[in-house]
Ligand binder design. Structure first.
Ligand code: CP
Ligand code: NVA
Length: 302
């Protein structure tokens, strides 16, 4: 066995990710954890977090292990120690490392320096753990096979959107990304996934994008690190709000997803977020179950 990292979904094939999702369902249903007892997870955060922090802590606790929160300001990283040396050192103490940061290359370098598995807990490029919780939520919530489902993502072509595109390429569900042209997802992410799954499309009109959707997904208009562009973004995204009027264009059974945190009244209304179609808090819960399965899988590779 050689240690595996969980840095971007495209490092994995469909079969492996489906097995992790299936295991997450079993763990959610009360299955006994197989490994994790007395193991330790270190979590580096250079951005804030509610769900990723607490869901990973509880996932590790449920596996019988322990975890520690390492805020950037408490680490020598903030005084110039390299990410590779940080990884080399942490690997001498703990069994697995999770990091949330800005530059995706930092996660790749941490993984290169670490002899234990490294998990991406969000970068500016992607949020693979979020997408795994999202797939689990889709599988549980929609009334058709995942491969038959249509997901429409409305808003910024950001990290969360990129991981949904990767998930659509790997799992094979239909995906329409609806974004203003200047905030469209990266072609470097979109093109290879379109080769695997030609149903992936990038459009800019929300009203037509949601027709036939089994799920509508949105995220904030101003992500962590984008604050300087806030004014331009608020002006551009005004027509991309998920509200009751937009939902009427989708299937009657269409559910609504959001990775959270939400800015109520911006990318979605209170009525939609608190309404009967929202599965948003199930989705937040599923972060814990899917990450428990990811931790179990990675701990089995060392
Ligand atoms: N969705 C998500 O990653 O939430 P946090 O920023 O609270 O971790
Ligand atoms: N796109 C958001 C996701 C937060 C979980 C951000 O990066 O801030």
């Amino acid at each position: 066995m050689s240690k595996k990292d969980f840095v971007i979904l495209t490092d994995y094939d469909r079969k492996t990710l489906e097995e992790i999702i299936q295991r997450a369902r079993e763990l959610k249903g009360g299955a006994q954890p197989q490994r994790g007892k007395d193991k330790a997870l270190a979590m580096i955060f250079t951005k804030p977090s509610t769900r990723t922090n607490v869901s990973f802590r509880m996932a590790m606790h449920r596996l019988g292990g322990t975890s520690m929160y390492l805020g950037n300001e408490t680490l020598q990283l903030s005084r110039g120690e390299t990410i590779e040396d940080t990884g080399r050192t942490l690997a001498r103490y703990v069994d697995i490392v999770m990091i949330r940061t800005f530059d995706h290359v930092d996660v790749e370098n941490l993984a290169a320096g670490s002899t234990v598995p490294v998990i991406n807990g969000l970068t500016d490029l992607c949020h693979p753990c979020q997408a795994m919780g999202d797939v689990l939520t889709l599988v549980e919530s929609i009334d058709c096979e995942l491969s038959e489902a249509k997901l429409t993502y409305i808003g910024d072509g950001n990290n969360v959107c990129h991981s949904l595109i990767n998930a659509a390429g790997i799992f094979g569900f239909k995906l329409t990304v609806c974004a203003p042209p200047q905030f469209a997802p990266s072609p470097a992410i979109v093109r290879p996934m379109q080769e695997k799954n030609p149903s992936i499309e990038v459009v800019s009109d929300p009203q037509s994008a949601v027709v036939g959707a089994d799920a509508i997904y949105t995220d904030v208009w101003v992500s962590m690190g984008d604050e300087e562009e806030a004014e331009q973004r608020y002006q551009t995204f005004g027509d991309y709000q998920v509200n009751s009027q937009l939902l009427q264009q989708a299937k009657d059974s269409c559910i609504v997803l959001h990775c959270l945190p939400a800015n109520r009244g911006e990318e979605l209304t209170d009525e939609v977020m608190d309404g009967p179609r929202s599965r948003i808090f199930d989705q937040a819960e599923n972060r814990m179950h899917s990450q428990q399965a990811i931790l179990e899988y990675l701990l089995g590779t060392v």
